[in-house]
Every structure is written in structure tokens, then in C-alpha cells.
Design a protein around this ligand. Structure first.
Ligand code: FES
Length: 277
């Protein structure tokens, strides 16, 4: 299938549920900084899909994508290496502050978080931090191939599965707790499931450990105009696309975030069903 715009240079399975796509986008790759995201549009009338960045190197943007909604399935089944996306917008959002903190932890338990884990720690290691990566997957089957884990950029790497079928049995929250007790955490970043991020905020709060989480909300324009991704932060309304998506987790109203994130689940399920019919 021929598409106009941004050429796909690599596409591979990461697990039965996630895949990797790399796209030629030199202007975005050059400007991108950790913490920022992109939006891709597959075809002229396609939806705008926000995506975390795994790598922005050599003029290419690499992304980890879950085979979840209609657009991601369409990309997985209908687009191949050499095909082109209709459009890609970015970089969007605010970069995180990359500087020396000491021991920097990144914890992740879902597809976008796994991409951010690598991207964030790579930048943090380059400026001299001691980097600790914790990557949680549901089970051995869903664990990514070694070359897509954050190991190369982590001074310490923990792989956990929730069912214990490979690596350490448990969740990143268990490892974070142990590391805090050993006084090994100066700052923590995290991405992935919103419910886990809410729990992480509660876990680190009593210790006063700076905790930054990627707050994924439903986005439409991605530029702060539509209001779709609004969150309550420190008593104020903020937009995840413009003011985030990385926020101080201790100031986020997680109850509100979790409620809003689920509001289109039924519509998304129907769109996916129609595509698969
Ligand atoms: Fe529209 Fe953020 S996506 S305001």
C-alpha cells in the first residue's frame, strides 16, 4: 500500500501485544527532547494518535505501539516498511529537565512507559547520573526482546513479571519500595498504567522523593486548544499535551485523571470491533 509522507524504515513485533515502528522524520528527530511526544496520522481522514518516543536518532523516530485501538491495528496490519504515514506532528509537550540528580530511577509497566524508560535514562546517563531501570511486564510472553529493553542505558536493570514467569516476580512498585529502603533513589520518573502511577505517587510522598509521571490523557489536537487532555494539578487546570505530559506526581489529582481516562472506553471498543469485522 502506498502512503504519502513519512516513510516507515523498520517495523517489528515486540511481543504478542506490542510492536515497534520507526519512521523517517528528520526535523522532528532533531528537535525532540526526552519527555516530549509526537502525534501521527496514518491517512488523510485518520485520527491523531499521540505516542511516546523510544529513540530519536539518525533522522528517525522509533515508537512502541500497543495493538489496541483501530488505528494501531490498521498500522500493524496494513502498513509495512517502505510505506508512508500521512503525517507526523511534533515534538509536542514539555521536555523534562535533564541534569545531574545522582541516582535516577525510571519505572514502567506498559508500552509507552517502556519507550520512555529507555529514552529518559539514556539522556540521564549521558549527563553522569547513576541510572536504575525497572521494567514490569504481565508475563514472560509479553517481555520485549533484549535489544528493546532499557538495559544498555541502565547501570542497574530490574525486569519483573507480575506472574513471576521470568525475572523477579512482582511489580515495579515492590522494587521501588526496596530501593527507597536502601536509600538508593534521588529522583524517580515513571510511565505506563495510570493506576500504578497513582500508587507510586502515594508510595514516594512520605519520603519526599521527587516523582515525575507521564500523565496520558485522551488527546485531540495536542496543542492545548481542545481541552480534551485537561487534568487537575495543584488545584489548577493544566493540559497534558501542552503543560506535560510529565508532571510532578505528588501534585496530580489522580482520582480525576483515572475517571477522565476511561470516558471513551466504550466508543474505542466499538471502533476497534468495526475495524476487525
Ligand atoms: Fe487538546 Fe490537549 S489534546 S488540549
Amino acid at each position: 500500500m502506498v502512503h504519502m509522507g513519512y516513510k516507515i524504515t523498520d517495523k517489528r513485533d515486540l511481543s504478542p501485544i506490542d510492536f515497534f515502528v520507526e519512521v523517517e522524520a528528520p526535523h522532528i528527530a532533531k528537535a525532540w527532547k526526552p519527555g516530549q511526544f509526537v502525534i501521527f496520522i496514518l491517512h488523510e481522514r485518520g485520527e491523531r494518535v499521540p505516542m511516546s518516543v523510544y529513540k530519536a536518532e539518525n533522522g528517525r523516530i522509533g515508537m512502541f505501539i500497543r495493538k489496541l485501538g483501530k488505528t494501531s491495528l490498521q498500522l500493524y496490519y496494513e502498513f509495512n516498511v517502505g510505506d508512508e504515514f500521512y503525517s507526523m506532528v511534533g515534538p509536542l509537550g514539555k521536555p523534562i529537565k535533564v541534569k545531574y540528580y545522582g541516582n535516577v530511577v525510571f519505572a514502567s509497566d506498559a508500552v509507552c512507559g517502556q519507550a520512555e524508560n529507555y529514552a529518559t535514562l539514556k539522556a540521564m546517563k549521558e549527563v553522569g547520573n547513576y541510572t536504575i531501570s525497572i521494567q514490569t511486564f504481565e508475563n514472560a510472553e509479553n517481555v520485549y526482546p533484549e535489544e528493546f529493553l532499557a538495559k544498555p542505558v541502565a547501570d542497574e536493570h530490574y525486569l519483573t513479571t507480575e506472574d513471576g514467569s521470568v525475572g523477579i516476580k512482582g511489580h515495579y512498585l515492590d522494587i521501588v519500595k526496596e530501593l527507597i529502603e536502601k536509600d538508593k533513589v534521588d529522583i524517580i520518573f515513571a510511565g505506563g498504567k495510570l493506576g500504578s502511577l497513582a500508587k507510586l505517587a502515594e508510595l514516594t510522598r512520605p519520603y519526599g522523593i521527587p516523582t515525575y509521571a507521564t500523565v496520558r490523557q485522551i488527546m485531540v489536537d495536542g496543542t492545548g486548544m481542545c481541552g480534551s487532555c485537561r487534568i487537575l494539578y495543584d488545584g489548577e487546570v493544566k493540559f497534558a499535551c501542552r503543560d506535560g505530559p510529565v508532571f510532578d506526581a505528588h501534585k496530580v489529582d489522580w482520582e480525576d485523571v483515572l475517571r477522565r481516562a476511561n470516558r471513551f472506553l466504550e466508543q474505542e471498543r466499538l471502533a476497534k470491533e468495526r475495524y476487525l469485522e
